[in-house]
Ligand binder design. Structure first.
Ligand SMILES: [Zn+2]
Length: 112
């Protein structure tokens, strides 16, 4: 399984970029990362409502903490710090990336 060589949090563009050791660069928006948090709270929310719609558009990722060898913990400026994102999960997101990016753009256009 690929491992990240470099993780860089770009606060101005609100994106997290990950350079994987298989040569792939993954770019994830803070909004998207917050929306797909898999902690118990967010999972429960998602079961009962459309949690991704409740995330503020100006959400920002403020801190990235490595968790052992297998993933990272993300801390957001809405105080949410319970999300652990294993490398395996990020790899799964990588394959779904294109569809999500266009869905996100559509959502933004829809609100404009
Ligand atoms: Zn969460």
């Amino acid at each position: 399984m690929p491992h990240p060589l470099n993780i860089s949090n770009q606060t101005i563009s609100a994106q997290l970029s990950i350079d994987w050791d298989d040569g792939v660069q993954q770019i994830l928006s803070h909004l998207f990362l917050r929306s797909c948090c898999r902690c118990a709270d967010c999972k429960a929310l998602r079961l009962h409502s459309k949690a991704e719609l409740t995330v503020a558009e100006d959400i920002r990722l403020t801190e990235v903490r490595l968790v052992g060898q297998y993933g990272m913990q993300l801390i957001f400026n809405d105080g949410h710090d319970r999300g652990i994102y294993p490398w395996l999960y990020l790899q799964e997101l990588l394959s779904a990336d294109d569809a999500i990016a266009s869905a996100e753009r559509l959502a933004v256009i829809g609100r404009a």
